[in-house]
Ligand binder design. Structure first.
Ligand SMILES: Nc1ncnc2c1ncn2[C@@H]1O[C@H](COP(=O)(O)OP(=O)(O)OP(=O)(O)O)[C@@H](O)[C@H]1O
Ligand SMILES: [Mg+2]
Length: 305
């Protein structure tokens, strides 16, 4: 990938045009089964929510039906998707702790006709404590989501779960409900701090609660190619996780950070921007990797038969 920040303006535009053209030529395969992806990193402010909503919106624009579950009491994903999430609205809190099901809480988004959201409300702030005394407290999201996906007339291709910056019961519910973990890593100092704790927790979940969970994707965010630090951190992460890190990186971009205050994804807010392009590229790469993985799993199974 070109180091766009170092290019003169003219070259920058040409590079962007070429990347757009390349993207337009790629058809993103749709998965046969819904890919359920938990977006997690217990470090705060690394781009979990930004990645959740913009990747989800990018995949919707590439033809997939996508559901975002906002599992963070802060409700930032609901805000960025322009979905109402006042305390009285039926939300993921009522699904996890009340008698409501996902169809009672799901809302269309103004962002794209293929994109839906189950919002979070501030009520979820008490959920970590309220969940403790419940039966099957780690499985509640999984049960609700499986019931929904099995009974829904619409076929969903992707479900993204946006997690809070902690490793409590809400995040455990997300890990148990998912097949894949996507870890956004901010390309800054201390980027890898706390990562071993996250990996340890994922291992525990694999051992005790969800053996099929895997870290499928790592996305480098807020990348600034002008700084040596960004390059060094990116290199270090790629060395540690050569198979998981996407080639696409998300640049630090004012347009990306402005979009949520308008209740929009970057695609709705500024479709021609470099930030929107980067998320579309990352989405295409994820779709492609998923299809390759499915194909290699199929051929492994054929080999065994
Ligand atoms: N690529 C980017 N360029 C510029 N700003 C960004 C980028 N990605 C995220 N931000 C900004 O960084 C801040 C943190 O991002 P975000 O809310 O997505 O992180 P988070 O990991 O979800 O945070 P939390 O841990 O609080 O849930 C936000 O203000 C967001 O707008
Ligand atoms: Mg967040």
């Amino acid at each position: 990938m070109a180091d766009t920040d170092k290019l003169p303006v003219g070259d920058h535009l040409v590079d962007k045009m070429q990347r757009r053209r390349r993207l337009a030529e790629i058809v993103s395969p749709l998965p046969d089964y819904p890919r359920i992806i938990t977006v997690s990193n217990q470090k705060g402010g690394v781009g979990k929510t930004t990645t959740t909503v913009n990747l989800a919106a990018a995949l919707a624009r590439r033809g997939a039906n996508v559901l975002v579950i906002d599992l963070d009491p802060q409700g930032n994903a609901s805000t960025a998707l322009g979905v109402p999430h006042r305390p009285e609205i039926t939300s993921i809190y009522d699904v996890l702790l009340g008698d409501d099901d996902i169809p009672d809480a799901i809302q269309p988004t103004s962002d794209h006709e293929n994109l839906w959201c189950v919002p979070s409300t501030i009520n979820l702030a008490g959920a970590e404590i309220e969940l403790v005394s419940l039966v099957a407290r780690e499985q509640r999201l999984r049960t609700a989501l499986n019931d929904f996906l099995e009974s829904s007339e619409r076929r969903f291709h992707y479900v993204f779960i946006d997690c809070p910056p902690s490793l409590g019961l809400l995040t455990v519910n997300a890990f148990v409900a998912a097949d894949e973990v996507l870890i956004p890593i901010q390309t800054e100092y201390y980027a890898l701090e706390g990562l071993s704790q996250l990996l340890g927790n994922i291992e525990l979940i694999q051992k005790h609660l969800n053996p099929t969970l895997r870290i499928s994707t790592i996305l480098l965010t807020m990348y600034d190619s002008r700084t040596k630090l960004s390059q060094e951190v990116a290199g270090e992460v790629r060395n540690h996780f050569p198979d998981q890190v996407l080639t696409s990186v998300i640049p630090r971009s004012v347009r990306i950070s402005e979009a949520p205050s308008y209740g929009q994804t970057v695609h709705a807010y500024d479709a021609p921007s470099i930030g929107a392009l980067a998320y579309l590229e990352a989405a295409a790469e994820m779709a492609d990797r998923g299809a390759r993985k499915a194909a290699s799993t199929d051929s492994d199974e054929d080999g065994k038969a």
